[in-house]
Design a protein around this ligand. Sequence first.
Ligand code: 3PG
Ligand code: MG
Length: 396
Amino acid sequence: MGWKTLDDMDLNGKRVLVRVDINVPVVDGVVTDATRIERIVPTVRDILAAGGKPILLAHFGRPGGERRQNLSLKQLVPTLETAFGTRVRFGDDCVGIEAETAAANLGAGEVLLLENTRFHASETKNSPELAAGMAKMGDVYCNDAFSAAHRAHSSTEALARLLPACAGRLMQQELSALEAALGSPKRPVTAVVGGAKVSTKLDLLGNLIEKVDYLIIGGGMANTFLVAQDINVGKSLAETAMKDTAAEILSKAETTGCQIILPRDIVVAEKFEANAPTQILPVDQCPEDGMILDAGPETVAMITEIFEKSQTLIWNGPLGAFEIEPFDAATNAAALKAAALTRSGQLVSVAGGGDTVAALNASGAAKDFSYISTAGGAFLEWMEGKTLPGVAALDQ
Ligand code: 3PG
Ligand code: MG
């Protein structure tokens, strides 16, 4: 990988355009999860410590090229000031003479945050003109937005080609964690993939069967694999149209030496409701009016054994319908096992994806994982083996 880091750049007295991802959840003007903001602090601090002037570029939501007050980044200024422990000035637009002046006049130790890049429709078109406008404000470009690196946008891609470019601290961390998990992992390597649909994770499954030793499939998508084996899944969520594709994945895995793990026993309910009456049944005994909502204890025991044999674990997607109790049981139990093995130094564990991180946080396991990515879509695309434009543009 040919990308530079902040350590390779001369930052003293330089205006550093930093692409960050502070697309955090906000409810009634209050940031409900500041993780993405906390994770960019090292980059901002290191730039300030080297005498540089951090000028933050970011998107917020999907305003579709319109100025939308509820998607203004201005509302994040207090949270940023607390996180950075310094004054954060705000510029009303991410390009133009006012932004240029604000960047030029930034005081020592201060940070400038510019308005939502997606207020310009050309941002998401990767417009070189918009990028050129941004480049006027900086001497150096630093991309710290791994979680937006799957987007080829002006601030993530085109801009990297116009200035001396480097990766920020969070970007470095994300890339090295993913490299350890899937690039050159210690074997055996296990992947957990869950979620509702096979159809949205075909590329992922295709890449993983080439790379991992054990592939544990959970969630609604496991049902489709059961259907592919002519197992009746009752009223469960399953994509019957994907039956043949699932069967192909199963047979291809045999040739690549990847062992696919499907549920052996299931937690079934008639309704997807909190504390609905449940039954634990062997996988092939789902009643006609039953819904498979989680993996059963025997399956969890089998997963636990695989984790014990593994050296590396990469996790994307819950094992059951974790949003509602008790269907979070398998996810929680497996996650806590992974956390314990990580704590004792036996396992490198990496997880990413919005739902996944929510589930691992709820189980209390997240804090003991080796690495929790801030990325959703970008994490998935990386796991699919795709090139992320924002990362590729740093490779110059
Ligand atoms: C995210 O929240 O996943 C990233 O910030 C990317 O946002 P996007 O999906 O709107 O491009
Ligand atoms: Mg997304």
